[in-house]
Design a protein around this ligand. Structure first.
Ligand SMILES: [Zn+2]
Length: 474
């Protein structure tokens, strides 16, 4: 067989497994180095560009020579620096798009057991090595999975018989990805067209249980602002007849949930049911850190509540000083930032309008609150296409498992909906290393080494299974 025969590209499963295993120490070190980079989403762009450049270099070294740092969009719609690559092999072969993001949530060092940007290894009670650090799971593990899968298959050969596209973006955590807006507005841009889209930014329902994420909730973020006075005044001299903006705001916020059940009490929001696997109350309580004395709220099973129903929370407040440093003055203006998660089939625009109407109607004493839209994103419901069975098989083989769990996710990745609109025929795979104990966005975020190995292997097996037997050109 000549060395560039397509048949030599397809490696036996054991050989792929072995290659991924041998690559693991290197991937683990790469992940550790990436965690050291403080690529917090809110950082200035030149700082983010450094991380993007590092990642582009890693892919170039792995043989993805087209990898480069770019921005998309213009002016105010210009994106943060992202890594794009496009390795065109041959017309007619499968086009695969790999997606991950390198930006991370901020981290409050005082709350962490070890410094969030000084990656630390610790063995867990299952004798699995974990790497602790902000972004170790969300989503630098996704970047490393893609890198590992490519390295395992490519070795020192030329090109894979695939059209391979890569997007590693830098503003997923901002709640307003410019990339999502861009793809929604330019669905025909060839850079974002593919037959198979692999989003490495979710995780298994529990460590070691191979899982595909089939639904995502949508999101609406909004600020409600109440103003009652021109400025701060003495609470003794004026308190009584003059309404305190914060007290008014609290009355409005209290109406957002049913006082007995805790269900979201906004009219007109949809619910969705998908037959997700059961999420036990014990594991939910443990992973969420719900105090033993706190009862859970909301009607229905846990999985329905976190995957299929809306939720609403206050995530920010302004207008009041901290308790220490406060004085006896009336609050003239108060703002609450609300984060609403939506059923996967809910239109975010309709949800925002329902929220606005609710808050305006709930305002006491004839006050006229302003409700401002901060961000929104659609949910996602997968529709299995041509490559669906290969996706499942790759997961099963990687884990030596007999079943794949079909989960939902309570979080939102609005970009996925934009990909689906632009590629209605494509299979969109949502998987990754963010199992519940990874505690993404929280303190002591970590990633499991065995999950990184298994998921990298699953991705390598999947890529190999969709390769076309068309001669590779050198
Ligand atoms: Zn993420």
């Amino acid at each position: 067989m000549p060395p560039d025969s397509p048949m030599t590209m397809v490696l036996p499963e054991d050989q792929v497994r072995d290659r991924v295993h041998r690559l693991l120490p290197e991937l683990w070190n790469t992940l550790s180095d990436l965690v050291r980079d403080r690529s917090v989403a809110a950082n200035p762009q030149p700082q983010l560009a450094v991380t993007a450049q590092t990642i582009a270099g890693l892919f170039q070294k792995a043989g993805i020579t087209s990898a480069k740092v770019e921005t998309i969009g213009e002016g105010a719609d210009r994106s943060a620096p992202m890594v794009l690559a496009n390795e065109a092999a041959h017309p007619g072969v499968t086009t695969v798009l790999l997606y991950a993001h390198y930006d991370v949530q901020p981290a409050d060092e005082r709350l962490w057991s070890t410094k969030p940007f000084e990656p630390t290894e610790r063995m867990d009670e299952n004798h699995d090595m974990r790497l602790y650090g902000r972004g170790a799971a969300d989503d630098k593990s996704g970047v490393v999975m893609h890198l590992g899968a490519i390295k395992a298959l490519l070795g020192n050969r030329g090109k894979l018989p695939l059209n391979l596209k890569l997007i590693v973006e830098g503003e997923e955590e901002t709640g307003g990805s410019k990339l999502e807006q861009y793809i929604a507005a330019n669905p025909d841009d060839p850079r974002f067209k593919a037959d198979l889209i692999i989003i490495a930014d979710t995780g298994n329902i529990e460590r070691g249980a191979p899982t595909l994420t089939e639904t995502l909730r949508g999101i609406v973020t909004a600020d409600v602002v109440v103003e009652t006075l021109k400025g701060k005044v003495h609470s003794g001299m004026y308190g009584g007849p003059a309404p305190d903006a914060f007290m008014a705001l609290v009355q409005m916020l209290a109406t957002l949930q049913d006082p007995k059940t805790g269900d979201v009490a906004i009219d007109g929001l949809s619910h969705y049911d998908h037959g997700w696997p059961t999420v036990s109350e014990a594991s939910y309580r443990k992973n969420a850190g719900v105090l033993p004395t706190t009862s859970l709220i909301g009607s229905g099973t846990i999985e329905k509540l976190i995957y299929g129903k809306p939720s609403i929370n206050v995530v920010g407040l302004s207008g009041l000083p901290l308790v220490i440093g406060s004085a006896n003055v009336l609050c003239p203006k108060a703002t609450a930032r609300l984060s609403m998660r939506l059923a996967p089939n809910q239109d975010p625009e309709a949800a925002f309008q329902a929220l606005e109407a609710h808050l305006v109607a709930a305002a006491p004493w004839g006050l006229k609150p302003k409700v401002k839209r901060v961000g929104e994103g659609s949910g996602f419901i997968s529709s299995p296409g041509e490559h669906h069975s290969e996706v499942e098989r790759a997961l099963l083989e990687s884990y030596h498992a007999t079943a794949v769990a079909k989960a939902g996710q309570g979080g939102s990745i609005p970009l996925v909906n934009a990909f689906q609109q632009a590629n209605p025929e494509a299979d969109i795979v949502l998987w990754g290393c963010e199992e519940p104990t990874a505690n993404i966005h929280g303190v002591d975020e970590s990633v499991s080494q065995s999950e990184l190995e298994h998921m990298t292997l699953a991705e390598a097996l999947l890529l190999q299974s969709v390769m076309s037997p068309i001669p590779i050109q050198h």
